[in-house]
Design a protein around this ligand. Structure first.
Ligand SMILES: Nc1nc(=O)n([C@H]2C[C@H](O)[C@@H](COP(=O)(O)O)O2)cc1CO
Ligand SMILES: [Zn+2]
Length: 156
């Protein structure tokens, strides 16, 4: 009788790999972000990636950065975490205490959104904006509202 496999990937690695897979759908030429929300029973509730509203035709929006807000991608892109929350078709009650796996640390707008959705934990891969004002506001929001966060690495 063969013994069971023991070297399976962890839940952290599994959900982060789902988030990474979602990021591969992003049309952003510079920064592709993916998010996966898992509930306290290790069930995936939703996934999302950064994209323009509705995504019917994402050629209608700019994909570059510009000093002109009308021509700047940041004015239009819906962040991966926001899309993951919005893509969920069930009751937000299911999101209480859930964990968001995201490939980039949430901005302060997403931090507020995640708090309001009832998320309990953020697990992230990269934090390229660490130390910026936005990042500090985001951390303050999560800290004050009792949402924990931790960084994980995923083997190549
Ligand atoms: N956590 C995040 N989730 C996201 O979906 N994004 C998106 C918004 C933009 O499409 C892109 C960041 O723009 P930039 O770093 O290339 O200029 O990533 C950005 C962050 C950063 O906080
Ligand atoms: Zn955001």
């Amino acid at each position: 009788m063969p013994d069971k496999r023991r070297d399976v990937i962890s839940w952290d690695e599994f959900f982060m790999r789902v988030a990474i897979a979602a990021s591969l759908r992003s049309k952003d030429p510079i920064t592709q972000v993916g998010a996966c929300i898992a509930d306290t029973n290790h069930r995936i509730l939703s996934v999302g990636y950064n994209g323009t509203p509705s995504a019917i035709n994402d050629d209608d929006f700019p994909w570059g950065s510009s000093d002109d807000p009308l021509r700047d991608k940041h004015s239009y892109v819906v962040h991966a975490e926001a899309n993951a929350v919005l893509n969920y078709r069930g009751s937000l009650k299911d999101m209480q205490g859930a964990t968001v796996y995201v490939t980039l640390f949430p901005c302060h707008e997403c931090a507020k959104l995640l708090v309001q959705a009832g998320v309990g934990e953020v697990v992230y891969l990269d934090d390229k904006y660490e130390g910026t004002l936005d990042n500090q506001i985001s951390r303050r929001c999560l800290d004050t509202c009792g949402v924990t966060y931790r960084r994980v690495a995923v083997p190549a």
